[in-house]
Write a protein of this length. Structure first.
Lengths: 186, 164
């Protein structure tokens, strides 16, 4: 795909620890955010974050440089999350946080002084809370689309679903978040 | 306007104005959406809300802690070292196996010649020294196999010498 992907693929085949250090730093927030949205629990997301990078080290030779590294990384993380859920109870992503578990908190940004900032923060909190009430598939699609900026095709590749399903999930997820924006369900 | 039109408009809004089709489709879809939004207050409201929601989604501050990153890097390095050692061990095993196989081939030929010479010196029938050669070669493996089979059995319990 790109020169960067080729270099990453070569480094992963060599299990180059310096390359992995760099990748961990580069993708830390994106991967963590994805896992946090997927699992809804900080501790679990942290465990899966570490496991994902160990898996990247072990299975690095499987990365195909025709695709973006981030797509492969999220696929690895997703599979690990599903494996975790299967160990817990036989389920797909449906089993994630639909059983009244504590949603994650939105940490303070430390800059909320003006009224607008407060209002925005409230809206962000509402949306973060709303996300935790969505089915995991919708959360995943929304996160990959609007936080990671992935194309629909890339999302379909990560989630291993048809393109039409991705479109439906984004549409339904966004529609389901609408009442939360207005603050009604809290 | 029918329900399908609103549904289509809202889908287009949710997917960012276009459904990632061909360029011509995208332009046509965007033009149609703009026209629809002019006329439909409900879908305009949906568009505003969607924009706000997307902005909110992007603003949700979730960052991996510094401790998590350094811990992960440490674990990955440790695992990389383990895997490297594992690979080195496997390499050693492979080299050892190859060496042993080559040595076994050479020594088998030498032993065969030796037994043949001894048989000739002692004026034994071929079958006799050949059986002797077979027993000599197979005996160590048979003894080792018996000892391994005896491990963790009542034989070992009584003898007390094969406890792992």
């Amino acid at each position: 795909m790109t020169q960067e992907s080729t270099e990453i693929a070569r480094g992963l085949r060599r299990r180059d620890p310096d390359l992995l250090d760099r990748l961990i730093e580069q993708y830390q927030h994106r991967l963590f955010r994805y896992l946090l949205h997927l699992t809804g629990r900080r501790e679990l997301a942290e465990d899966l974050f570490q496991e994902t990078w160990i898996r990247v080290l072990e299975r690095g030779h499987q990365f195909n440089d025709k695709y973006a590294f981030s797509t492969w990384l999220f696929t690895v993380a997703r599979n690990l999350t599903i494996d975790h859920m299967r160990r817990k109870q036989p389920a797909s992503l449906d089993g994630l946080l639909n059983d009244g578990e504590t949603p994650f908190d939105v940490p303070a940004t430390g800059r909320a002084s003006a009224f607008d900032m407060t209002l925005q923060r409230e809206q962000t909190e509402q949306i973060a809370a709303g996300m935790q009430h969505l089915p995991a598939e919708y959360r995943e699609a929304l996160t990959l689309r609007f936080q990671e900026g992935m194309s629909l095709v890339e999302i379909a590749s990560v989630a291993r679903v048809p393109l039409g399903t991705v479109k439906s999930r984004i549409y339904r997820g966004l529609s389901a978040l609408e009442p939360w924006l207005k603050g009604a369900p809290l | 306007m029918n329900t399908d039109a609103h549904e289509r408009a809202r889908r287009l809004i949710a997917l960012g104005g276009a459904e990632e089709g061909s360029g011509a489709d995208e332009v046509a879809s965007n033009a149609w959406l703009a026209e629809h939004l002019e006329a439909c207050a409900g879908c305009r409201g949906f568009a505003d809300n969607a924009a706000e929601t997307i902005r909110g989604l992007r603003a949700v501050p979730m960052v991996a802690g510094l401790g998590l990153v350094s811990m992960t890097q440490m674990r990955v390095r440790r695992r990389a070292l383990e895997l490297q050692r594992q690979r080195e061990r496997l390499w050693l095993v492979a080299v050892s196996c190859t060496t042993v196989t080559l040595c076994a081939l050479v020594s088998t030929v030498a032993l065969w010649r030796g037994f043949e010479w001894l048989g000739a010196r002692a004026q034994l029938a071929s079958a006799v020294w050949q059986v002797g050669f077979l027993v000599f070669c197979v005996l160590p493996a048979v003894v080792a196999g018996m000892l391994l089979l005896a491990k963790d059995t009542h034989l070992a319990d009584h003898a007390g010498s094969y406890q792992g």
